[in-house]
Design a protein around this ligand. Structure first.
Ligand code: PFF
Length: 443
């Protein structure tokens, strides 16, 4: 079967960075950081990124490019008849689940984009009240969730180079620029210093096993690793793409964006007096205050900046949602010999159904819980704290222990190969395993 390809090296890196940078950095990172104590969480997060999640990323690149197949098919090519394929199936399942609840938050972002551009968002003065009412309403968030999923569907159905690559290359740099500008503004808000302290002064007494599991889950989520997304993308990489330096580049960009997002959100959180652990609404409640404070004296600027920010956040969410959609679409398309667009339609339909369930869990179904969690929280928990770390553990172990050593070395083509082999075989599997087991026991 004819497979798509990224047209250029930089396009491939931008697409991987596009998958990594998204709501995970700007919405989930501050939420997790706020609920888990701030600076100490960030330190543990950084360790998890560079010692656990980055090796998984490189391992996914190796699997994808050497097999040139989807998340499940890659194990059928590289290790026929062996049980590693389970990790591929877990990835496809995670793809469905993450995309479903991710689209809910992306739908909120779409609503905020429209409200910014039409001038109705920043007219309000109680953003917490507005947000609470909005997410609890049965229709509006569902409509925006549907539009977002259709946008994702449209790009995936067009294909790899024209769809995914072209969008990522333009949007990523603009997003980075605007984030830095907003962080600077936020740090000059009244009382912002408290937020900066929260981000920079670690309080290790707050570190529990669950905090460490949360930090690891956030690292995996933010870098899109552990579920075969980046293996699927790497199956479209060309021979010239350098796997190790690309992974280092993607991890660095992703981490810088997450930390900068922290520097936008927390100074503002302390400045406007919102509680740092107020959960998924944090970003949607504090950011509008930043826009008001920074540009309030020139209303036009206020609308332009907030509109631009939410559009970019939406586009960042789109480059991530496309990659989640792609795991399942590529799998269905290549395994069941359905056309790309038919495979994409199945994925969209399933995710829309699950997404509606997640959206309603903020309103009419907020009392329906499983193990004490609403559907939205449950999907987040199962993926970030369970399927992704476990998938990452299997991926590293496979590349470190079972895959043909020569093939791995030729894919890596790096002077750091011996070091990477230690990370794949020992550091990452043991580290992930220990945090996973202890974290789950304590939660
Ligand atoms: N890394 C994305 C973000 O930070 O928003 C989320 C994500 C994308 C998770 C793709 C998993 C995935 F496969």
């Amino acid at each position: 079967m004819e497979r798509g390809n990224f047209g250029s090296k930089i396009g491939a890196i931008m697409a991987a960075a596009g998958s990594a940078v998204g709501l995970g950095n700007i919405w989930r990172f501050p939420t997790e950081c706020g609920s888990n104590g701030g600076a100490a969480f960030i330190l543990i997060y950084l360790l998890c990124v560079f010692f656990l999640a980055m090796p998984v990323m490189v391992a996914e690149f190796v699997i994808g490019r050497s097999s040139r197949a989807n998340a499940v098919g890659s194990y059928r090519v590289l290790a026929p008849g062996k049980p590693w394929v389970v990790s591929g199936f877990m990835g496809v399942l995670a793809g469905f689940l993450v995309l479903s609840y991710y689209s809910v938050v992306a739908g909120w972002t779409l609503d905020y984009t429209v409200e910014s551009l039409t001038g109705t968002l920043l007219d309000k003065n109680d953003f917490a009240g507005f947000f609470g009412q909005f997410v609890a309403s049965p229709w509006r968030p569902v409509i925006f969730l549907t539009i977002f999923l259709l946008l994702t569907h449209f790009v995936v159905a067009i294909g790899v180079e024209k769809g995914i690559e072209r969008y990522s290359k333009i949007m990523m740099p603009i997003l980075l620029l605007i984030i830095v500008v907003l962080a600077v503004f936020s740090m000059f808000m009244p009382n912002a210093i408290e937020g900066i302290k929260f981000l920079l002064t670690p309080d290790f007494s707050k570190v529990t096993k669950d905090v460490v599991l949360s930090a690891m889950g956030q690292a995996f989520f933010s870098l899109s690793v552990g579920m075969g997304t980046l293996a699927t993308y790497a199956s479209y990489f060309n021979k010239e793409t350098r796997l190790v330096s690309s992974a280092v580049g993607v991890c660095t960009i992703d981490t810088l964006v997450a930390i900068s997002a922290g520097f936008i959100i927390f100074p503002a959180v302390f400045s406007v007096g919102v509680s740092a652990d107020s959960g998924p609404g944090l970003v949607f409640i504090t950011l509008p205050y930043v826009f008001q404070e920074a540009f309030g004296s020139v209303p036009v600027l206020e609308y332009v900046f907030s509109g631009l920010f939410y559009i970019l956040l939406l586009l960042a969410a789109l480059t991530s949602s496309i990659s989640m959609h792609e795991i399942s679409t590529a799998y269905i398309h290549e395994t069941f010999h359905l056309s790309r667009s038919r495979a994409a339609t199945i994925v969209t339909a399933v995710c829309l159904t699950l997404g509606i369930v997640c959206s309603l869990s903020f309103g009419v179904w907020r009392h329906v819980t499983v193990a004490g969690m609403t559907f939205f929280d449950l999907f987040d928990f199962i993926t970030a704290k369970f399927l992704m770390p476990l998938g990452g553990l299997l991926i590293c172990t496979f590349v470190g222990w079972d895959m043909n050593k020569k093939l791995v070395a030729s894919q890596l083509d790096s002077r750091f190969t011996p070091l990477l082999m230690i990370l794949f075989s020992w550091v990452a599997p043991i580290g992930i395993g220990v945090i996973f087991v202890y974290g789950l026991i304590s939660s």
